[in-house]
Design a protein around this ligand. Sequence first.
Ligand SMILES: Cc1cc2nc3c(=O)[nH]c(=O)nc-3n(C[C@H](O)[C@H](O)[C@H](O)COP(=O)(O)OP(=O)(O)OC[C@H]3O[C@@H](n4cnc5c(N)ncnc54)[C@H](O)[C@@H]3O)c2cc1C
Length: 427
Amino acid sequence: MKLTRRGFNAAAGAAGLTLGLGTATQVFGAGDAKPKVVVIGGGTGGATAARYVAKDSKGGIDVTLIEPTKRYYTCYFSNLYIGGFRDYESLGHSYDKLASEYGINVVHDWAVSVDRKKKVVVLGSGAMVPYDKLIVSPGIDLKFESVAEGYSLADQAIYPHAWKSGTQAKLLKAKVEGMKQGGTFVMVPPPNPFRCPPGPYERISMIANYFKKNNPKAKIIVLDPKDKFSKMGLFKDGWERHYKGMIDWMPLSTLGGLKGIDTSTGEFKTDLDTFKADAGCVIPANTSGHIARIAGLANDKGWCPIEPASMKSQVDGDIYVIGDASVASAMPKSGFSANSQAKVCAMAVRGELTKSKVFPAKFANTCWSLIGPDDGIKVGATYKAGAKKIEPTAKFISKTGEDADLRKATYEESVGWYDGITKDIFG
Ligand SMILES: Cc1cc2nc3c(=O)[nH]c(=O)nc-3n(C[C@H](O)[C@H](O)[C@H](O)COP(=O)(O)OP(=O)(O)OC[C@H]3O[C@@H](n4cnc5c(N)ncnc54)[C@H](O)[C@@H]3O)c2cc1C
Protein backbone atom coordinates (compact mmCIF):
# COMPACT_ATOMS: atom_id res chain seq x y z
CA MET A 1 0.00 0.00 0.00
CA LYS A 2 1.36 3.42 -0.98
CA LEU A 3 1.03 6.71 0.78
CA THR A 4 -0.13 9.45 -1.57
CA ARG A 5 1.81 12.72 -1.63
CA ARG A 6 -1.25 14.49 -0.16
CA GLY A 7 -1.46 11.89 2.57
CA PHE A 8 2.23 12.15 3.28
CA ASN A 9 2.15 15.93 3.57
CA ALA A 10 -0.76 15.72 5.95
CA ALA A 11 1.04 13.08 7.98
CA ALA A 12 4.28 14.99 8.10
CA GLY A 13 2.54 18.21 9.08
CA ALA A 14 0.23 16.75 11.69
CA ALA A 15 2.81 14.47 13.20
CA GLY A 16 5.82 16.77 13.16
CA LEU A 17 7.54 14.10 11.10
CA THR A 18 11.26 13.77 11.69
CA LEU A 19 13.19 12.40 8.77
CA GLY A 20 16.32 10.36 9.05
CA LEU A 21 18.27 9.73 5.89
CA GLY A 22 15.41 9.50 3.48
CA THR A 23 13.17 11.70 1.41
CA ALA A 24 9.44 11.83 1.86
CA THR A 25 8.68 8.86 -0.36
CA GLN A 26 11.43 6.77 1.17
CA VAL A 27 9.96 7.26 4.61
CA PHE A 28 6.97 5.22 3.74
CA GLY A 29 8.86 3.00 1.39
CA ALA A 30 7.05 3.61 -1.89
CA GLY A 31 9.04 1.73 -4.49
CA ASP A 32 12.03 1.23 -2.19
CA ALA A 33 13.62 -2.20 -2.59
CA LYS A 34 15.08 -2.31 0.91
CA PRO A 35 13.31 -4.44 3.50
CA LYS A 36 11.22 -2.39 5.89
CA VAL A 37 11.11 -2.66 9.66
CA VAL A 38 8.53 -0.59 11.52
CA VAL A 39 8.74 -0.21 15.29
CA ILE A 40 5.73 0.90 17.35
CA GLY A 41 6.78 2.64 20.56
CA GLY A 42 9.99 4.60 21.06
CA GLY A 43 10.45 3.66 24.71
CA THR A 44 13.12 1.40 26.13
CA GLY A 45 12.33 -1.70 24.06
CA GLY A 46 11.31 -0.01 20.80
CA ALA A 47 14.09 2.57 20.57
CA THR A 48 16.72 -0.08 21.36
CA ALA A 49 15.34 -2.42 18.70
CA ALA A 50 15.18 0.37 16.10
CA ARG A 51 18.76 1.42 16.84
CA TYR A 52 20.17 -2.11 16.71
CA VAL A 53 18.38 -3.05 13.48
CA ALA A 54 19.58 0.18 11.83
CA LYS A 55 23.12 0.04 13.25
CA ASP A 56 23.81 -3.63 12.54
CA SER A 57 22.24 -3.68 9.08
CA LYS A 58 24.42 -0.69 8.11
CA GLY A 59 21.75 0.91 5.97
CA GLY A 60 20.53 -2.40 4.51
CA ILE A 61 17.14 -2.12 6.23
CA ASP A 62 14.76 0.84 6.26
CA VAL A 63 13.76 1.47 9.88
CA THR A 64 10.77 3.61 10.91
CA LEU A 65 10.12 4.32 14.59
CA ILE A 66 6.64 5.50 15.55
CA GLU A 67 6.41 7.34 18.85
CA PRO A 68 4.03 10.18 19.79
CA THR A 69 6.25 12.03 22.26
CA LYS A 70 9.27 14.05 21.21
CA ARG A 71 11.21 13.38 24.40
CA TYR A 72 11.19 10.14 26.38
CA TYR A 73 11.29 10.45 30.16
CA THR A 74 12.41 7.23 31.80
CA CYS A 75 10.31 5.70 34.55
CA TYR A 76 13.54 4.28 35.92
CA PHE A 77 15.08 6.75 38.34
CA SER A 78 11.77 8.68 38.51
CA ASN A 79 11.49 7.45 42.12
CA LEU A 80 14.88 9.02 42.76
CA TYR A 81 13.53 12.26 41.30
CA ILE A 82 10.57 12.06 43.72
CA GLY A 83 13.01 11.40 46.57
CA GLY A 84 15.15 14.43 45.65
CA PHE A 85 18.16 12.52 44.26
CA ARG A 86 17.73 13.56 40.58
CA ASP A 87 16.22 16.45 38.67
CA TYR A 88 13.42 15.84 36.20
CA GLU A 89 15.35 16.84 33.08
CA SER A 90 18.02 14.23 33.84
CA LEU A 91 15.33 11.62 33.02
CA GLY A 92 14.62 13.03 29.52
CA HIS A 93 16.12 11.70 26.26
CA SER A 94 15.79 12.92 22.68
CA TYR A 95 15.39 10.97 19.43
CA ASP A 96 17.74 13.24 17.49
CA LYS A 97 20.69 10.83 17.30
CA LEU A 98 18.49 7.92 16.20
CA ALA A 99 17.54 10.01 13.18
CA SER A 100 20.79 11.85 12.46
CA GLU A 101 23.35 9.13 13.27
CA TYR A 102 21.48 5.91 12.54
CA GLY A 103 19.21 7.03 9.70
CA ILE A 104 16.02 5.96 11.47
CA ASN A 105 12.81 7.60 10.26
CA VAL A 106 11.42 8.87 13.56
CA VAL A 107 7.72 9.62 13.14
CA HIS A 108 6.05 11.43 16.03
CA ASP A 109 2.52 10.09 15.90
CA TRP A 110 0.32 7.38 17.39
CA ALA A 111 -0.06 4.01 15.70
CA VAL A 112 -3.86 3.63 15.80
CA SER A 113 -4.24 0.23 14.13
CA VAL A 114 -2.35 -2.56 12.42
CA ASP A 115 -3.70 -4.17 9.27
CA ARG A 116 -1.94 -7.51 9.64
CA LYS A 117 -3.22 -8.86 6.32
CA LYS A 118 -1.85 -5.93 4.33
CA LYS A 119 1.14 -5.50 6.68
CA VAL A 120 0.46 -1.83 7.24
CA VAL A 121 0.45 0.36 10.37
CA VAL A 122 -2.12 3.16 10.35
CA LEU A 123 -1.14 6.38 12.11
CA GLY A 124 -3.29 8.95 13.91
CA SER A 125 -2.78 11.31 10.96
CA GLY A 126 -4.29 8.69 8.65
CA ALA A 127 -0.93 7.91 7.02
CA MET A 128 -0.15 4.25 6.36
CA VAL A 129 3.23 2.70 6.94
CA PRO A 130 3.98 -0.65 5.26
CA TYR A 131 6.30 -3.15 6.89
CA ASP A 132 8.02 -6.43 6.18
CA LYS A 133 8.61 -6.96 9.91
CA LEU A 134 6.84 -5.10 12.69
CA ILE A 135 8.25 -4.72 16.21
CA VAL A 136 5.69 -3.77 18.85
CA SER A 137 6.86 -2.25 22.16
CA PRO A 138 4.03 -0.06 23.49
CA GLY A 139 4.66 -0.72 27.19
CA ILE A 140 1.66 -0.87 29.49
CA ASP A 141 -1.82 0.53 29.93
CA LEU A 142 -3.50 0.94 33.31
CA LYS A 143 -6.80 -0.68 34.29
CA PHE A 144 -8.25 2.22 36.25
CA GLU A 145 -11.62 0.54 36.71
CA SER A 146 -9.98 -2.41 38.50
CA VAL A 147 -8.74 -0.46 41.56
CA ALA A 148 -11.90 -0.18 43.67
CA GLU A 149 -15.42 1.18 43.57
CA GLY A 150 -15.41 4.95 43.25
CA TYR A 151 -12.10 5.14 41.41
CA SER A 152 -11.72 6.11 37.74
CA LEU A 153 -9.22 7.53 35.25
CA ALA A 154 -9.92 11.14 36.27
CA ASP A 155 -8.70 10.35 39.78
CA GLN A 156 -5.13 9.98 38.53
CA ALA A 157 -5.00 13.76 39.01
CA ILE A 158 -5.74 13.33 42.75
CA TYR A 159 -3.70 10.19 43.49
CA PRO A 160 -1.11 10.10 40.68
CA HIS A 161 0.14 6.66 39.60
CA ALA A 162 3.32 7.98 37.94
CA TRP A 163 3.59 4.52 36.37
CA LYS A 164 4.04 5.66 32.76
CA SER A 165 6.62 7.95 31.24
CA GLY A 166 5.79 11.64 31.58
CA THR A 167 4.56 14.36 33.85
CA GLN A 168 2.67 12.18 36.36
CA ALA A 169 5.98 11.91 38.24
CA LYS A 170 6.00 15.70 38.61
CA LEU A 171 2.44 15.68 39.88
CA LEU A 172 3.20 12.97 42.43
CA LYS A 173 6.25 14.85 43.69
CA ALA A 174 4.10 17.97 44.12
CA LYS A 175 1.52 15.95 46.11
CA VAL A 176 4.22 14.55 48.38
CA GLU A 177 5.75 17.99 48.93
CA GLY A 178 2.34 19.63 49.41
CA MET A 179 1.06 17.21 52.05
CA LYS A 180 0.24 18.85 55.39
CA GLN A 181 2.67 18.39 58.29
CA GLY A 182 2.02 15.15 60.16
CA GLY A 183 -0.41 13.98 57.44
CA THR A 184 -1.06 10.46 56.13
CA PHE A 185 0.11 9.35 52.70
CA VAL A 186 -1.75 6.31 51.33
CA MET A 187 0.03 4.15 48.76
CA VAL A 188 -1.77 1.48 46.72
CA PRO A 189 0.64 -0.78 44.76
CA PRO A 190 -0.68 -2.79 41.80
CA PRO A 191 -1.53 -6.51 41.75
CA ASN A 192 0.76 -8.92 39.84
CA PRO A 193 1.93 -8.90 37.10
CA PHE A 194 3.14 -5.32 36.69
CA ARG A 195 6.11 -3.35 35.36
CA CYS A 196 9.05 -2.99 37.73
CA PRO A 197 8.20 -5.35 40.61
CA PRO A 198 10.37 -3.51 43.19
CA GLY A 199 9.24 -0.07 41.91
CA PRO A 200 6.35 0.65 44.33
CA TYR A 201 8.56 -0.24 47.29
CA GLU A 202 11.48 1.87 46.12
CA ARG A 203 8.92 4.67 45.74
CA ILE A 204 7.73 4.19 49.33
CA SER A 205 11.38 4.43 50.43
CA MET A 206 11.96 7.62 48.45
CA ILE A 207 8.78 9.29 49.75
CA ALA A 208 9.79 8.29 53.29
CA ASN A 209 13.23 9.78 52.67
CA TYR A 210 11.61 13.08 51.69
CA PHE A 211 9.27 13.01 54.73
CA LYS A 212 12.10 12.16 57.12
CA LYS A 213 13.77 15.46 56.24
CA ASN A 214 10.77 17.68 55.57
CA ASN A 215 7.69 16.24 57.28
CA PRO A 216 9.03 13.97 60.05
CA LYS A 217 5.67 13.20 61.69
CA ALA A 218 4.10 12.05 58.42
CA LYS A 219 2.90 8.45 58.06
CA ILE A 220 2.84 6.21 54.99
CA ILE A 221 0.13 3.57 54.87
CA VAL A 222 0.55 0.92 52.19
CA LEU A 223 -2.63 -0.90 51.18
CA ASP A 224 -1.19 -3.78 49.17
CA PRO A 225 -3.34 -6.11 47.05
CA LYS A 226 -0.60 -8.76 47.54
CA ASP A 227 0.87 -10.69 50.47
CA LYS A 228 4.48 -10.42 49.36
CA PHE A 229 6.63 -8.38 47.02
CA SER A 230 10.04 -8.25 45.34
CA LYS A 231 13.04 -7.85 47.68
CA MET A 232 10.56 -7.75 50.59
CA GLY A 233 13.04 -8.74 53.31
CA LEU A 234 15.56 -6.17 52.07
CA PHE A 235 13.02 -3.34 51.90
CA LYS A 236 11.50 -4.11 55.30
CA ASP A 237 14.95 -4.21 56.84
CA GLY A 238 15.79 -0.86 55.22
CA TRP A 239 12.51 0.75 56.33
CA GLU A 240 13.25 -0.31 59.90
CA ARG A 241 16.76 1.16 59.76
CA HIS A 242 15.96 4.43 57.94
CA TYR A 243 12.31 5.22 58.64
CA LYS A 244 11.37 3.50 61.89
CA GLY A 245 7.66 3.85 62.69
CA MET A 246 6.84 5.83 59.53
CA ILE A 247 5.76 3.06 57.12
CA ASP A 248 2.85 0.72 57.81
CA TRP A 249 2.71 -1.96 55.08
CA MET A 250 -0.51 -3.96 55.11
CA PRO A 251 -0.90 -7.08 52.97
CA LEU A 252 -4.02 -8.40 51.31
CA SER A 253 -4.48 -11.09 53.97
CA THR A 254 -4.78 -8.37 56.63
CA LEU A 255 -6.86 -5.91 54.61
CA GLY A 256 -9.19 -8.27 52.79
CA GLY A 257 -8.79 -6.01 49.74
CA LEU A 258 -9.55 -2.43 48.83
CA LYS A 259 -13.34 -2.05 48.72
CA GLY A 260 -13.83 1.58 47.79
CA ILE A 261 -12.19 4.98 47.47
CA ASP A 262 -14.05 8.21 48.18
CA THR A 263 -11.93 10.85 46.49
CA SER A 264 -14.03 13.69 47.96
CA THR A 265 -13.18 12.72 51.56
CA GLY A 266 -9.89 10.86 50.93
CA GLU A 267 -11.28 7.65 52.46
CA PHE A 268 -9.87 4.27 51.43
CA LYS A 269 -12.20 1.49 52.60
CA THR A 270 -10.96 -2.04 53.32
CA ASP A 271 -12.45 -4.99 55.24
CA LEU A 272 -10.09 -4.17 58.09
CA ASP A 273 -10.69 -0.43 58.44
CA THR A 274 -11.17 2.86 56.59
CA PHE A 275 -7.98 4.88 56.09
CA LYS A 276 -8.02 8.63 55.53
CA ALA A 277 -5.43 10.02 53.09
CA ASP A 278 -4.07 13.56 53.03
CA ALA A 279 -2.23 12.61 49.83
CA GLY A 280 -1.66 9.37 47.98
CA CYS A 281 -0.48 7.32 45.05
CA VAL A 282 -2.70 4.69 43.42
CA ILE A 283 -1.15 2.36 40.84
CA PRO A 284 -3.86 0.44 38.95
CA ALA A 285 -3.42 -3.09 37.56
CA ASN A 286 -1.31 -3.18 34.39
CA THR A 287 -2.07 -4.64 30.97
CA SER A 288 -0.24 -4.48 27.62
CA GLY A 289 -0.40 -1.25 25.60
CA HIS A 290 -3.72 -0.77 23.76
CA ILE A 291 -2.25 -1.07 20.26
CA ALA A 292 -0.90 -4.58 21.02
CA ARG A 293 -4.34 -5.68 22.18
CA ILE A 294 -6.30 -4.17 19.26
CA ALA A 295 -3.79 -5.72 16.84
CA GLY A 296 -4.90 -9.09 18.25
CA LEU A 297 -1.48 -9.92 19.72
CA ALA A 298 -2.57 -10.40 23.35
CA ASN A 299 -3.93 -13.46 25.13
CA ASP A 300 -7.04 -13.45 27.33
CA LYS A 301 -4.95 -12.15 30.25
CA GLY A 302 -3.97 -9.06 28.24
CA TRP A 303 -0.30 -9.90 27.53
CA CYS A 304 1.38 -10.94 24.27
CA PRO A 305 2.82 -14.48 23.99
CA ILE A 306 6.14 -14.74 22.16
CA GLU A 307 8.63 -17.35 20.95
CA PRO A 308 11.51 -17.22 23.43
CA ALA A 309 14.34 -17.57 20.88
CA SER A 310 13.36 -14.44 18.93
CA MET A 311 10.54 -12.52 20.72
CA LYS A 312 8.41 -13.27 17.64
CA SER A 313 4.67 -13.10 18.34
CA GLN A 314 2.99 -16.48 18.66
CA VAL A 315 0.07 -14.97 16.75
CA ASP A 316 1.79 -13.49 13.67
CA GLY A 317 5.13 -14.57 12.14
CA ASP A 318 5.92 -11.05 10.86
CA ILE A 319 5.43 -9.34 14.20
CA TYR A 320 7.65 -9.26 17.29
CA VAL A 321 6.54 -8.08 20.72
CA ILE A 322 9.15 -6.93 23.24
CA GLY A 323 9.26 -5.23 26.62
CA ASP A 324 6.48 -4.99 29.17
CA ALA A 325 3.72 -5.96 26.70
CA SER A 326 5.23 -9.41 26.09
CA VAL A 327 4.88 -12.63 28.08
CA ALA A 328 8.54 -13.07 29.01
CA SER A 329 7.87 -15.71 31.69
CA ALA A 330 10.62 -15.57 34.33
CA MET A 331 11.90 -12.18 33.16
CA PRO A 332 10.39 -9.28 35.11
CA LYS A 333 8.86 -6.38 33.24
CA SER A 334 11.76 -3.93 33.44
CA GLY A 335 13.74 -1.52 31.31
CA PHE A 336 16.78 -3.78 31.57
CA SER A 337 14.67 -6.72 30.31
CA ALA A 338 13.11 -4.67 27.49
CA ASN A 339 16.56 -3.54 26.31
CA SER A 340 17.86 -7.10 26.45
CA GLN A 341 14.84 -8.53 24.59
CA ALA A 342 15.13 -5.77 21.97
CA LYS A 343 18.65 -6.89 21.05
CA VAL A 344 17.58 -10.53 20.68
CA CYS A 345 14.64 -9.39 18.56
CA ALA A 346 16.79 -7.05 16.39
CA MET A 347 19.20 -9.90 15.66
CA ALA A 348 16.33 -12.25 14.72
CA VAL A 349 14.69 -9.63 12.48
CA ARG A 350 17.94 -8.93 10.67
CA GLY A 351 18.53 -12.65 10.29
CA GLU A 352 15.18 -13.09 8.57
CA LEU A 353 15.48 -10.05 6.33
CA THR A 354 19.17 -10.12 5.36
CA LYS A 355 20.17 -13.73 6.17
CA SER A 356 22.75 -12.47 8.69
CA LYS A 357 23.92 -14.95 11.33
CA VAL A 358 21.64 -15.43 14.33
CA PHE A 359 23.19 -16.52 17.64
CA PRO A 360 21.34 -18.29 20.45
CA ALA A 361 19.28 -15.83 22.51
CA LYS A 362 20.75 -14.68 25.81
CA PHE A 363 18.88 -12.33 28.12
CA ALA A 364 19.76 -10.53 31.34
CA ASN A 365 18.12 -8.35 33.96
CA THR A 366 19.09 -6.46 37.10
CA CYS A 367 16.66 -4.35 39.13
CA TRP A 368 18.41 -1.90 41.45
CA SER A 369 16.50 0.00 44.14
CA LEU A 370 17.51 2.82 46.44
CA ILE A 371 16.20 2.53 50.02
CA GLY A 372 17.95 5.59 51.50
CA PRO A 373 21.03 7.73 50.76
CA ASP A 374 23.80 5.43 49.40
CA ASP A 375 21.78 2.36 50.42
CA GLY A 376 21.34 0.47 47.13
CA ILE A 377 20.12 -3.11 46.69
CA LYS A 378 19.70 -5.29 43.62
CA VAL A 379 18.17 -8.49 42.29
CA GLY A 380 18.90 -10.02 38.92
CA ALA A 381 19.36 -13.03 36.67
CA THR A 382 20.56 -14.25 33.31
CA TYR A 383 18.23 -16.22 31.02
CA LYS A 384 18.15 -18.43 27.96
CA ALA A 385 15.43 -19.31 25.50
CA GLY A 386 13.84 -22.59 26.57
CA ALA A 387 11.60 -24.54 24.23
CA LYS A 388 8.44 -22.80 25.44
CA LYS A 389 9.59 -20.12 27.87
CA ILE A 390 12.43 -17.79 28.72
CA GLU A 391 14.23 -19.63 31.53
CA PRO A 392 16.69 -18.39 34.18
CA THR A 393 20.26 -19.71 34.08
CA ALA A 394 21.68 -17.89 37.15
CA LYS A 395 20.26 -15.56 39.82
CA PHE A 396 21.57 -13.15 42.45
CA ILE A 397 20.16 -10.86 45.14
CA SER A 398 21.57 -8.44 47.77
CA LYS A 399 21.54 -9.63 51.37
CA THR A 400 20.43 -8.01 54.59
CA GLY A 401 23.35 -6.99 56.81
CA GLU A 402 25.64 -5.96 53.93
CA ASP A 403 28.10 -3.25 54.93
CA ALA A 404 27.64 0.39 53.99
CA ASP A 405 30.46 0.35 51.42
CA LEU A 406 28.85 -2.47 49.48
CA ARG A 407 25.45 -0.74 49.54
CA LYS A 408 27.06 2.48 48.30
CA ALA A 409 28.85 0.57 45.54
CA THR A 410 25.53 -1.03 44.54
CA TYR A 411 23.91 2.40 44.29
CA GLU A 412 26.84 3.72 42.23
CA GLU A 413 26.56 0.68 39.96
CA SER A 414 22.93 1.63 39.30
CA VAL A 415 23.94 5.18 38.31
CA GLY A 416 26.48 3.72 35.88
CA TRP A 417 23.80 1.39 34.52
CA TYR A 418 21.43 4.32 33.92
CA ASP A 419 24.04 6.21 31.93
CA GLY A 420 24.97 3.09 29.97
CA ILE A 421 21.48 1.90 29.10
CA THR A 422 20.19 5.30 28.01
CA LYS A 423 23.19 5.60 25.68
CA ASP A 424 22.52 2.09 24.38
CA ILE A 425 18.89 3.02 23.67
CA PHE A 426 19.20 6.51 22.22
CA GLY A 427 22.80 6.47 20.89
C1 LIG B 1 8.51 4.05 38.90
C2 LIG B 1 9.19 3.08 37.97
C3 LIG B 1 10.50 2.75 38.19
C4 LIG B 1 11.15 1.86 37.34
N1 LIG B 1 12.46 1.55 37.60
C5 LIG B 1 13.10 0.67 36.81
C6 LIG B 1 14.46 0.36 37.05
O1 LIG B 1 15.09 0.85 38.00
N2 LIG B 1 15.07 -0.52 36.21
C7 LIG B 1 14.42 -1.06 35.14
O2 LIG B 1 15.04 -1.83 34.41
N3 LIG B 1 13.11 -0.77 34.88
C8 LIG B 1 12.44 0.07 35.68
N4 LIG B 1 11.13 0.39 35.42
C9 LIG B 1 10.40 -0.32 34.33
C10 LIG B 1 10.64 0.28 32.94
O3 LIG B 1 10.33 1.64 32.90
C11 LIG B 1 9.80 -0.47 31.92
O4 LIG B 1 9.84 -1.84 32.16
C12 LIG B 1 10.30 -0.18 30.49
O5 LIG B 1 10.15 1.18 30.21
C13 LIG B 1 9.57 -1.04 29.48
O6 LIG B 1 9.91 -0.69 28.17
P1 LIG B 1 8.82 -0.78 27.00
O7 LIG B 1 9.52 -0.47 25.75
O8 LIG B 1 8.06 -2.04 27.13
O9 LIG B 1 7.77 0.37 27.38
P2 LIG B 1 8.01 1.94 27.51
O10 LIG B 1 9.40 2.25 27.87
O11 LIG B 1 6.91 2.43 28.39
O12 LIG B 1 7.78 2.49 26.06
C14 LIG B 1 6.55 2.39 25.40
C15 LIG B 1 6.48 3.52 24.39
O13 LIG B 1 5.46 3.22 23.45
C16 LIG B 1 4.79 4.39 23.12
N5 LIG B 1 3.46 4.00 22.62
C17 LIG B 1 2.46 3.42 23.30
N6 LIG B 1 1.41 3.22 22.49
C18 LIG B 1 1.77 3.65 21.27
C19 LIG B 1 1.11 3.73 20.01
N7 LIG B 1 -0.13 3.31 19.85
N8 LIG B 1 1.78 4.26 18.96
C20 LIG B 1 3.06 4.71 19.10
N9 LIG B 1 3.72 4.66 20.27
C21 LIG B 1 3.08 4.15 21.33
C22 LIG B 1 4.78 5.19 24.40
O14 LIG B 1 4.61 6.58 24.14
C23 LIG B 1 6.13 4.86 25.01
O15 LIG B 1 7.12 5.80 24.68
C24 LIG B 1 10.45 1.30 36.24
C25 LIG B 1 9.12 1.63 36.03
C26 LIG B 1 8.49 2.51 36.88
C27 LIG B 1 7.06 2.87 36.62
